[in-house]
Design a protein around this ligand. Structure first.
Ligand SMILES: [Zn+2]
Ligand SMILES: [Zn+2]
Length: 84
């Protein structure tokens, strides 16, 4: 299978060469995750209502365990029911 061998060599070259692959896929993923977490954290920080269940959980260094809040967090939001 000369064609397959050529493709594999090409992919290996891409992964090994920092010029052809400026950002390693795993590195890009890590950067993306870090910036998303940071953005989510900043967003949640000014949306959580003082004294709410989520506020208390956040101050304890945890995520609020209420199902409604967990669901909202998964969507990148803050639970509106508990933080209005
Ligand atoms: Zn909550
Ligand atoms: Zn809630």
């Amino acid at each position: 299978m000369p064609a397959l061998g050529k493709t594999l060599t090409y992919q290996a070259t891409l992964l090994a060469n920092p010029i052809l692959a400026p950002i390693h896929p795993m590195k890009a993923l890590t950067i993306l995750c870090a910036s998303l977490a940071l953005a989510a954290g900043l967003f949640a920080a000014d949306k959580v209502k003082e004294g709410s269940c989520c506020d208390k959980a956040q101050k304890a260094g945890k995520d609020c365990a209420h199902p409604c809040c967990v669901k909202a967090k998964a969507e990148g939001k803050v639970c509106e029911k508990c933080n209005k």
